[in-house]
Design a protein. Structure first.
Ligand code: G4P
Length: 530
């Protein structure tokens, strides 16, 4: 690679902001995504942004099941230009149905926006996703949404963030008017006030106007004075923006707004451009950093099958980690050393697919017919590199799966092993249960539906599922397994993918009782993404 192209790659990487929104269902992620795109110049004509069924937008309905439920199961990528930057927004599937994919997406981002509902604050799914961000050291910006509706006090919400997850809040904007009476936002660093007014005629978009402080003090009394008091208090406790603390993942810039009337959304984009990190060097399995302008390398973070019902294809989503990707390049698969041709490289948004000619660090490339690729795989050009695998997560849902039709056992076995190797679901076994009745384990129940659907439609192996009442998983060892095998309401299973011995319990209580009785046995919590 020539010296100029090194510079060009570094420059392109520097313009990229690749992030995901982490939130609890109903906090407003779809609404925020739509609002973000309104400010954006959509690069690849990806069409409208995805929404829930019936809503304006593209629902990514490549699976029958998705259509029926009106949800987006698989992640899409929204790529757009904003100011001088290129933004890649990776969608994390949500809607209460959790899956490993949700976590894996976080292996491909450089930052996350934690979206909170002003009335609800931190909610369980947000906490789970935040844990993954923390363990992966992903810097997190916080957006407090729905400020146009009655909610909690701003200071109380900040306090909750600090107390619950130990992340120091650093407000970037501050609301004038309590939740439900939003008048506008003050820029904490400069004191500049932007007032928002609902437009006449029932339109939902709010109009923004910069109002000088003297006028605001009169026109927005008493809200203005309250906001100033709160800002003074924040000043006293030292909540000023601290870049090092943000990048180290110990503090979070906080912005307030309302996605639905589009308040504070452009400010969030500005914050992403100004504060969020661009792609940086990535450490390989041997602990060596690979610079963004090194020869090409990419990490597969997700594999999706059956996206196009007319072709049985499989698409791998790859994040570019270093170098320039050019369609047609022949890459090397780090795991096997085999070549991988990239003639069919695409960007994917919902049902829309566009051929990608080139991509830079931070971008996501969809590789079609990627039967040989698995989540966590590395592809590279020229200089070999392999990135650490994406960890599997502690399953919380378990079910025994059995082939429901005589004569289909071969298809059943093939299907189970395929889904296991793709990382759609974790497959656990024990001598006691035997090969005919493996246990499927998932972080979210939706994974069972995806697995059942694929076993039936793709492998022609109808199955029955028998849910097991376990919800807590710990890793143990052979000595631990011996003790645990003699206990009730606990079972030790071997994970196919890596041979790990997983002890599964009906409840935390059961785990604690056993732990107290046998303090010597190994019962390790599984990583949340480290
Ligand atoms: P999700 O993707 O995180 O699940 O949330 P989604 O955007 O679907 O938003 C959940 C609900 O919250 C939606 O209402 C949406 O209109 C509303 N919402 C999102 N942002 C704001 C906001 O800033 N202010 C207000 N007032 N509401 C907001 P819904 O009635 O459940 O759905 P819909 O019928 O409006 O689509």
């Amino acid at each position: 690679m020539s010296a100029t192209s090194h510079g060009a790659v570094a420059g392109e990487a520097g313009r990229r902001r690749t992030f995901a929104v982490i939130s609890h269902p109903d906090a407003g992620k779809s609404t925020l995504t739509e609002a973000l795109a309104l400010h954006a110049e959509v690069i690849d004509e990806a069409g409208a942004v995805h929404g829930k069924a019936g809503r304006r937008g593209v629902t990514s309905d490549w699976m029958e099941m998705e259509r029926k439920r009106g949800i987006s199961i698989t992640s899409a990528v929204l790529k757009f230009a904003y100011r001088d930057s290129v933004i890649n927004l990776l969608d994390t599937p949500g809607h209460g149905d959790f899956s490993e994919d949700t976590y894996r997406v976080l292996a491909a981002v450089d930052a996350a926006v934690m979206l909170l509902d002003a009335a609800k604050g931190l909610e369980p799914q947000t906490l789970k996703l935040f844990d993954v961000c923390r363990s992966r050291r992903i810097p997190v910006l916080t957006f407090v949404n729905k400020w146009d509706r009655p909610g909690r006090e701003a200071l109380e919400l900040l306090d909750e963030v600090e107390q619950t997850i130990g992340l120091r809040p650093m407000p970037v904007t501050w609301p004038v008017g309590v939740a439900g009476e939003l008048r506008g936002l003050v820029e904490c660093a400069t004191g500049e006030f932007t007032r928002f007014r609902r437009t006449a005629g029932g339109a939902t978009r709010a109009e923004a106007e910069i109002v000088p402080a003297e006028r605001a003090a009169v026109e927005e009394a008493p809200h203005w004075a309250n906001a100033q008091d709160e800002l003074a208090l924040l000043d006293e406790i030292g909540a000023k923006y601290d870049e090092a603390a943000f990048l180290a993942g110990v503090a979070t810039p906080v912005l307030f707004g309302a996605a639905l009337p589009n308040v504070g959304v452009a400010r969030l984009l500005d914050a992403l451009v100004e504060l969020a990190p661009s792609p940086a060097e990535r450490t390989d399995v041997d602990g060596r950093p690979r610079a963004v302008d090194a020869p090409f390398s990419g990490l597969v973070f997700k594999v999706q099958a059956g996206m196009d019902p007319s072709h049985r294809d499989r698409m791998a989503f790859m994040r570019v980690c270093s170098g320039r990707f050019e369609r047609g390049m022949v890459l090397t698969h780090a795991g096997t050393g085999k070549p991988f041709a990239t003639k069919y490289a695409q960007s994917v948004f919902g049902q829309q697919r566009t051929t990608i000619e080139e991509a830079f660090p931070g971008d996501i490339v969809g590789l079609v017919n990627a039967g040989a690729l698995r989540p966590g795989d590395t592809l590279y050009a020229e200089d070999p590199v392999e990135y650490p695998p994406i960890p599997s997560f502690a399953p919380e849902h378990f079910a025994v799966v059995r082939c429901a039709e005589a004569g289909k056992h071969k298809q059943f076995r093939r299907g189970i092993s395929q889904l296991d190797s793709e990382g759609v679901i974790q497959v656990l076994r024990s001598d006691l249960r035997g090969d005919q009745a493996p246990v499927l384990a998932a972080v979210g129940p939706l994974q069972f539906e995806v697995a059942t659907h694929r076993l039936e439609s793709e492998f022609r192996a109808p199955v029955t599922l028998e849910p097991l009442g376990y919800s807590v998983t710990r890793r143990t060892d052979a000595a631990g397994a011996e003790v645990l095998d003699r206990q009730s309401e606990v079972e030790v299973l071997t994970r196919n993918a890596d041979g790990a011995l997983l002890a599964v319990f009906g409840s935390k209580w059961r785990l604690e009782t056993i732990r107290r009785r046998y303090p010597e046995i190994v019962l390790e919590a599984l990583p949340a993404g480290s």
